[in-house]
Design a protein around this ligand. Structure first.
Ligand code: C2E
Ligand code: MG
Ligand code: MG
Ligand code: MG
Length: 291
């Protein structure tokens, strides 16, 4: 039946395309790639996939994270690790991010119109989110698309450290004032995460995969993850654990009261259409287990 099929699909990830990491590009390829960005966007080569976040209280998929890929005609399927840092360096990260943001908000609108209470998260580089111009352009998109703002989260990814902390803080306050939530991505790996935790207007922490992955069998990792969940809760933040690759890890996260879980064990990144189908036919994970 449909529920069984959904469960199988969730576990194997088989019905969703999965691609290997592309090889690292050499320098001249890196430079010319950025020159092809506009054309790539125009030709529809940039694709936004969504990885579900499982709400551990309701056992339902209630949100999804937008993850970009570039299906390049000659260089193959490019993962964001390859071209996001290039876009940051070439000063093209704003156009790229606004493209993803607009697409994600359109897809969110489709899911919501189909009757599902969903949220969407978009990754935004710390350098971009800290600029006052970004909040202005974000508000423009939100106004044009007209989706409920509390359903949009921005995940701050930190490939470069925030240099001007005060500027970052006030830019984030402006974003929060728009009604959008802010999540600290890859928490624990950054340069000054406790400083961020103390000073920035966050509503969510995403604990990095490197701490989560073995937390069910490594005492040190378990302690770091459980105390981070506790700390976050005391500060009024919700916690997402990323990179859950097996059932034991998921069980551990449940046992320590983590709010959301994300990872290949739950689902791989998939198209907006596949996500809608998954949300439509998926019963809660616990009832699927019993079936
Ligand atoms: P991230 O935001 O931390 O996203 C999580 C990454 O881990 C994704 O890789 C996802 O596919 C992968 N992942 C999810 N579950 C598992 C798991 O169980 N095991 C393992 N091994 N990996 C898992 P992806 O899609 O290649 O994205 C890499 C990074 O690129 C993202 O890390 C994010 O920092 C950045 N990124 C992706 N899309 C965008 C974007 O639109 N804008 C910006 N600025 N950055 C982006
Ligand atoms: Mg992220
Ligand atoms: Mg992350
Ligand atoms: Mg990560």
């Amino acid at each position: 039946d449909a529920a069984h099929a959904a469960s199988q699909a969730l576990r194997s990830g088989s019905c969703f395309a999965y691609h290997e990491h592309a090889e690292k590009l050499v320098l001249d390829q890196q430079l010319s790639l950025m020159g092809e960005l506009d054309e790539g966007i125009r030709r529809g080569e940039l694709e936004v996939l969504y990885q579900p976040k499982l709400d551990l209280r309701s056992d339902r998929i209630t949100s999804a994270e937008a993850l970009i890929r570039w299906n390049h005609p000659t260089r193959g399927y490019l993962r964001p690790d390859i071209f996001i840092p290039l876009a940051e360096e070439a000063d093209r990260i704003d156009d790229l991010t606004l493209f993803v943001l607009r697409r994600a908000i359109e897809d969110l609108d489709t899911w919501c119109s189909a009757g599902h209470v969903m949220k969407v998260a978009v990754n935004v580089s710390a350098v971009l989110i800290s600029s006052p111009a970004f909040a202005v352009r974000l508000e423009h998109i939100l106004r044009e698309e007209g989706v409920p703002r509390e359903r949009v989260t921005l995940e701050i990814t930190e490939s470069a450290a925030i240099i001007d902390f005060e500027a970052a803080r006030s830019a984030l306050e402006a974003i929060r004032a728009l009604g959008v939530s802010i999540s600290m991505d890859d928490y624990g790996t950054g340069q000054s995460t406790l400083t961020y935790l103390k000073g920035l207007p966050l509503s969510e922490l995403k604990i990095d995969r490197s701490f989560v992955q073995y937390a069910h069998r490594d005492q040190g990792d378990a302690l770091l993850v459980s105390s981070t969940v506790e700390l976050a809760h005391q500060m009024g933040l919700e916690v997402v654990a990323e990179g859950i690759e097996d059932a034991d890890c998921l069980a551990f996260l449940r046992s320590i009261g983590c709010d959301f879980a994300q990872g290949y064990h739950i689902a791989k990144p998939m198209s907006a259409e596949d996500l809608l189908e998954l949300v439509r036919i998926s019963p809660p994970l616990s009832s699927r287990k019993a079936a």
